[in-house]
Design a protein around this ligand. Sequence first.
Ligand code: COA
Length: 189
Amino acid sequence: MYEGKLVRLRALEKSDLDDILKFYNTLELRRRKGPPIVRSRKYMEEWLDRVSVWDPWRDGQLVMAIVDKNSSEFLGIARLEDILLPHKRAELGISIYNPEKRGKGFGTDATLVTLWVGFYILGLNSIYLDTMEDNEWSIHVYEKIGFKRVGLLRETEYIDGSHKGLLIMDILRKEFQEKYSSSSIINSD
Ligand SMILES: CC(C)(COP(=O)(O)OP(=O)(O)OC[C@H]1O[C@@H](n2cnc3c(N)ncnc32)[C@H](O)[C@@H]1OP(=O)(O)O)[C@@H](O)C(=O)NCCC(=O)NCCS
């Protein structure tokens, strides 16, 4: 539905379950999002049942599938969570599930389109995220897009036997609008 340069964000469907499960239970991915706990098919099915009917106005959550705009291949998940309309803010999360699909521009494009949805459809003013303090790849991508580092929650994540901090980053609507025109992000054909 929301189409950028490389990706389309669409509703998450029950039929996405197999694609999600192909990559979800990997330490490599779960370490970045934490906690790295294995999840059964039934657990993920129930999660998908819940999130696929979430409504941002009613539930404060919008979870979408990221697909390749050309092939429609499932790439991962984009989320706007904890949407607080009185404050016009939300938390963003992006995951490209298949490691082979990373580093090809999909994550950057999916983040831009998700920000566009947050600022231009939901009318948000501020969008923030957290990422592991040592996730240099994601920090690079988010800073390139225009997120600013706002602080570090110290030793909040317990991963592989030691604690790591969570870096908090945010971007304001006015900063996004200064850097990008709507038509530079969204294909409105
Ligand atoms: C983080 C993530 C969303 C980025 O998306 P992506 O599609 O892989 O990234 P893109 O191809 O859009 O951008 C690649 C950029 O990262 C840079 N990069 C690649 N590997 C890197 C690394 N190891 N360290 C730092 N930067 C790196 C590239 O040079 C490129 O930068 P440039 O555009 O300035 O040249 C994606 O890799 C991902 O989902 N990873 C697993 C889950 C995760 O970490 N999610 C974020 C947690 S909040």
